[in-house]
Design a protein around this ligand. Structure first.
Ligand SMILES: Cc1cc2nc3c(=O)[nH]c(=O)nc-3n(C[C@H](O)[C@H](O)[C@H](O)COP(=O)(O)OP(=O)(O)OC[C@H]3O[C@@H](n4cnc5c(N)ncnc54)[C@H](O)[C@@H]3O)c2cc1C
Length: 476
């Protein structure tokens, strides 16, 4: 496909302008592939629009502070920004849909890639008692301990749960985000001390009185959503005791039918299930329980679960049904970790973009017009010049490696379309960048400040959490 370039790109005399909305992994891996794979005679001018003053999306505000190696992916964006030959700008503190409209992007860019993530809301349980105090979403808790500026805004500041007054926590859901949250609650002061966790979180965790964390899932052990590396990490936390699984859970597994990864998972759990490790804090992994009611006066004090059992229907693997058995377990904090949600950007209707079921209506990264109801329809109509990458392309799932591979696919589609003359013909040459936006040099100033102050405090980075303080530090 790309071979066709050389005949067609010669028609593009001016630099080809690409806008990428969002500077998380979905955005920066797409840009990386675009610059790597585009023909040498085509100059790409790429602008990253980022609503926060800081780049990197969930790598900065999602990935747990004790996983610094995961944040190495940020080097991809840093390399791009610091490559003198590349024509790439970072435009931070600029929210598309608010500071600039989608229409303005369409009038000024040949291709637009929406990579704005899928993290603006949560799946919720909505069961009786859901409004009680001390029931929060994992997303809010994660954003708080990672210092997300929207959670430190004056007047709207997120009030963290009273970790210095409670003993027992229930986490609903057992994906890797649930395990991150459990590690934050169970890890020692020393575990978090040198990391880039927000100072406010670090100080509250130092005073934490949490003694027990329960991780509860509605399905069985074979449907556990965590990965092997993350569960092993939790088992190996210093001074933390794992309370063995309920009887029957491990015994129900037919190991002869397991694939390699599942076999490994079960052997990890078996090993630690039989361990005699003691600890000041403890945790349990609980299966086949669905919360049906939160109990309490003002604050949550217990959760009632209905006990489930496997349906055992080969056509519906992993499906469970409720029994008539209920159990109530005490807890002073509930953290719901049952999935993130995305939201549309203001102006989708005007442009004709379709947001549905937590993702943008697209086929292999190309946005489909509102008229193309079926994305597998061969006559589906593409929105010329519009693309998507990352979580908002596929829904809120996938680690950074999968986001990377998938972003490369979107970049290939952009390049294929340029080669085939399918892009937005821009007739105006106007710089639409808002005056108070943050440049890459501004970010470097903030970055240096955070690293230096971090060094003084014995942390890998001191995160500035307040947006106004960030802007002040870079003279905006
Ligand atoms: C809590 C958590 C922990 C995780 N830990 C790991 C891990 O340890 N290892 C791993 O491999 N993966 C991990 N992941 C998954 C990984 O973070 C994702 O695969 C990846 O970040 C998705 O990238 P993205 O660019 O699609 O979205 P994001 O990273 O969310 O980036 C989207 C960007 O768009 C910006 N934006 C949003 N709206 C607008 C707008 N209107 N205008 C301009 N900009 C906008 C956002 O501010 C953000 O910077 C984790 C995910 C979560 C939620």
């Amino acid at each position: 496909m790309i071979k066709r370039w050389f005949s067609s790109t010669s028609r593009i005399l001016k630099p080809f302008k690409i806008a990428i909305v969002g500077s998380g992994p979905g955005g920066f891996y797409t840009a990386h592939h675009l610059t790597n794979k585009s023909p040498k005679d085509l100059q790409l001018n790429i602008d990253f629009f980022e609503k926060l003053p800081t780049p990197f999306g969930l790598s900065r505000y999602g990935v747990a502070p004790d996983h610094p190696e995961v944040k190495n992916c940020e080097e991809y964006l840093i390399d791009l920004m610091e490559d003198k030959k590349a024509h790439i700008r970072f435009i931070g503190n600029c929210e598309i849909g608010k500071d600039l409209t989608l229409k303005q992007l369409e009038q000024n860019y040949n291709s637009i890639i929406l990579a704005y993530g899928c993290t603006s809301n949560d799946n919720k349980l909505n069961i009786p008692g859901s409004n009680l105090k001390n029931i929060i979403s994992a997303r809010k808790f994660v954003n708080w301990y990672n210092g997300h500026p929207e959670y430190y805004e004056k007047g709207k500041k997120f009030i963290p749960p009273p970790l210095d007054k409670i003993k027992t926590v229930t986490i609903i859901g057992n994906g890797n985000v649930a395990l991150d949250v459990a590690r934050v609650l169970l890890g020692s002061e020393e575990h978090w001390k040198g990391t880039d966790i927000s100072v406010e979180a670090e100080e509250l965790l130092e005073k934490s009185t949490v003694e027990h964390v329960r991780i509860v899932a509605r399905r069985g052990i074979m449907e556990s959503a965590f990965t092997n590396k993350e569960i092993r990490e939790l088992f190996e936390l210093d001074n933390v005791k794992f309370i063995p699984l309920e009887k029957g859970i491990l015994e129900s597994v037919d190991k002869s039918k397991l694939g390699r990864v599942d076999k490994r998972r079960i052997s990890i759990i078996e090993r630690y299930n039989n361990s005699t490790k003691e600890g000041k804090k403890s945790w349990t992994l609980e299966y086949l329980k669905s919360p049906v009611e939160f109990i309490g006066d003002e604050m949550v004090s217990a959760t009632t679960f209905v006990v489930n059992k496997p349906l055992n229907d080969p056509l519906k693997p992993g499906k469970v049904v409720s029994t008539d058995q209920y159990i109530t377990e005490e807890n002073e904090l509930v953290i719901e970790s049952i999935g993130y949600q995305g939201t549309p950007i203001n102006g989708f209707e005007e442009i004709g973009i379709w947001f549905d079921n937590n993702k943008l209506h697209n086929k292999d990264g190309r946005l489909l017009s509102l008229n193309s109801k079926d994305k597998d329809d061969h006559n589906a109509i593409f929105k010329k010049g519009w693309y998507t990458s990352g979580w908002i392309k596929n829904g809120p799932k996938g680690v950074i490696a999968t986001t990377m591979m998938d972003s490369f696919d979107t970049a290939d589609k952009v390049l294929e379309d340029i080669a085939n003359d399918r892009f937005i013909k821009v007739d105006q040459e106007k710089d639409i960048i808002p005056k108070n936006s943050i440049t890459w040099d501004n970010w470097k100033t903030l970055d240096n400040y955070e690293l230096n102050k971090g060094k003084e405090l014995g942390k890998t980075r001191y995160k500035v959490c307040d947006k106004q303080e960030m802007l002040k530090l870079v003279n905006k």
